[in-house]
Design a binder for this molecule. Sequence first.
Ligand SMILES: NC(=O)c1ccc[n+]([C@@H]2O[C@H](COP(=O)([O-])OP(=O)(O)OC[C@H]3O[C@@H](n4cnc5c(N)ncnc54)[C@H](O)[C@@H]3O)[C@@H](O)[C@H]2O)c1
Length: 270
Amino acid sequence: MKVAGRVVVVTGAGSGMGRELTLELLRRGARVAAVDLRAESLDETSRLAAAGPRLSTHVLDVTDRTAVDALPEAVVAAHGVVDAIVNNAGIIQPFVRIEELDYPAFERVMDVNFWGTVHMVKAFLPHLRRRTEAHIANVSSMGGFLPVPGQVAYGASKAAVKLLTEGLYAELLETNVGVSVIMPGAVATNIAGNSGVAAPGGTDAAAAQAAAARTLPAAEAARIMVDGIEQDRLHVYVGRDSRVMGAAVRLAPKQATHLIQRQMKRLLAD
Ligand SMILES: NC(=O)c1ccc[n+]([C@@H]2O[C@H](COP(=O)([O-])OP(=O)(O)OC[C@H]3O[C@@H](n4cnc5c(N)ncnc54)[C@H](O)[C@@H]3O)[C@@H](O)[C@H]2O)c1
């Protein structure tokens, strides 16, 4: 679905890829309803966009089903219609093994990443079905197809998003609604800080610099995502790491798992 002139809802629009998605969609001529938990971050996105009435902001927690159910009406009030949703809001878990991960942390990750996406899909699908052409894009992760020690609950939540989205694609084939699952690799954002999680590998400058060198800028990730939506692709791999590991996990799943385990184990306490 070409996004020019369309109304697109973006969750997690106050930071990282959600903010860059908002800016990219506006640049390509879309109208955007930007959604986030944090009012101040949405204000900053709005300031950067300087898009006037083409951008509306909605402070909301995607885990709150009642609030999400009321969102389509607010978006329609602001823009007249709604053509697409990008379910991008997400959090990671503390970098610990599953033995040390407490239930509240496990449940929070599932609530935001999986149930937040379900709430949005259920609330908006009846509206999207009424358009001539519409689109749903759900942000999963490289961690949704590749097991990462220390992020097992996160991976499970993103694997659930992946299969939910592939199932939706199958159910909505031959309808007006296109569906994409987006799988970013490592992207430079403040997801650890925003998730209330200490970054693995410490916070010293050298570690931060090394990590930054391995990650894709969020603006580039956003361009790849919007291209994927505009090309109606089912699977959108974002970054070389995601593309390469996507192939590796299909060809040699055990070896790919061992490779990531070796890279991650030094980041986890013994
Ligand atoms: N950064 C990466 O390397 C990476 C890799 C793969 C996938 N992802 C996924 O990409 C998406 C965007 O991540 P990011 O790295 O830009 O993170 P980010 O922390 O920069 O942005 C996420 C935004 O979501 C918002 N949010 C969190 N919980 C929310 C809730 N309950 N309701 C509404 N908004 C909420 C946050 O306030 C934040 O503004 C996430 O789904 C993440 O899991 C990120």
